[in-house]
Design a protein around this ligand. Sequence first.
Ligand code: GLC
Length: 496
Amino acid sequence: MSFDDLHKANEQQLTSTVDKIVKEFEVTPEKLDELVAYFIEQMEKGLAPQDNEDKSTNKGLPMIPSYVTGTPNGTEKGTLLAADLGGTNFRTCSVTLNGDHTFSMEQMKSKIPDELLEPTGVTSEMLFAYLARRTQLFMKKYYEADMQAGKEFKLGFTFSYPVDQTSLNSGTLIRWTKGFQIADTVGADIVQLFQGEIDKLGMQNVKIVALTNDTVGTFLSHCYCSDNTDSMTTGEISEPVIGCIFGTGTNGCYKEEISKLTKVPQAIRDKWAEQGKTHMVINTEWGSFDNDLKHLPTTKYDIDIDQKFSSNPGFHLFEKRVSGMFMGEILRNVLVDLHSNGLIFNQYRTNAQLPHRLQTPFELDSEVLSHIEIDDSTGLRETELSLLQSLRLPTSPTERREIQRLVRAISRRSAYLSSVPLAAIIIKTGTLEMRYHGEVEIGCDGSVVEYYPGFRSMIRHALALGPLGAEGERKTHLKIAKDGSGVGSALCALVA
Ligand code: GLC
């Protein structure tokens, strides 16, 4: 066989292997139906009393009560502080709600230092001291005189991790997700930790009055900003139902009837009822949907990422197939595997010789995938440059074509799976049948849903293919709630 023939045979083998992998990433309409049905079942289990005796039983989704029982209507007014610890950044903001669905905001943002994400040697004190110092810098820049005059500030803290919320302004960390691994934070009260470090810096007049998950913040902010009344008639035409994040992580919350929250003791629910409370926003923590892997599509790459590379093996398995933190890591694992089978990047003999960045877990950012996804340049030049720049990885035109097919398969699976909790909540709450027009609004935030090309339309496509059908999809509106978590925690601080 000539060199050219060998080369061709190798390329064909690469293409047929990629065909198989792409097939494994497909999510069929039948699978969507199955997943939506299972998601509803898992929500119901998570709302019901938990059986503490038998730890082996499946407890369903976490379904965490947020203690938020009302939703804003856009007339709220005031200036409040908000702090927001997400998967990648920390922000301190002051939010002015103008009372007419609009707001203005000052903010200071910093990337979480890598040292705080180390697997060992980091303590809660180190993390929260850092957050307090950043808050102090913000206060000095914008409110120095007020601080010196002893003015009181209310702060809403968006903490985007699973917290067992015990009141609007207290809650303990259940477990870290998305990269942090600080052991002594688990089980500790997040507000006490942060307030303690704020106080140590002599800022006792900054009081944390609300603790919110980012999805809850996004939901409230969407309710505040959305003017969902039809000016031609007097009635509301669409109902904000879900607040969700598709970014570094993924999660969502929705408004549930308190009477269905049977895991909360009856006496407490009676008290809420006496106070006229009928609904509560529930943080589903859907990132941990189907941790038992009964229904989620699973490839060998998903298993490797969870077991070998992630900081919380066995947990948040839905998030590991969907969110921005994992899309690039899935591609990286596929490429390394193809290389070890001699199908790609054959200029490097062993995996150990691959460019360092391709060998490093989580080094392949989903932003790179977003460039490859829409590359229609001749010979996929954009892809070539993007891979060179981000990974120092030279590629041939055939390799790039196959990489683009892989990228599209990974992002499509992510978006199709993202449609599952949305459809499930819409069906469970019966929102589409509630009003004459039965329109549903979903407030979303996060880098993937906001910036990944075509992500929202792929979600819509999957909504139509799944149990909602084309009619349900048409009535469902996915809206970006920009700066959702900051505005939302300010709204929480306002009512606290
Ligand atoms: C992770 C966290 C969750 C958060 C989500 C989005 O899934 O567990 O609390 O809402 O990321 O940031």
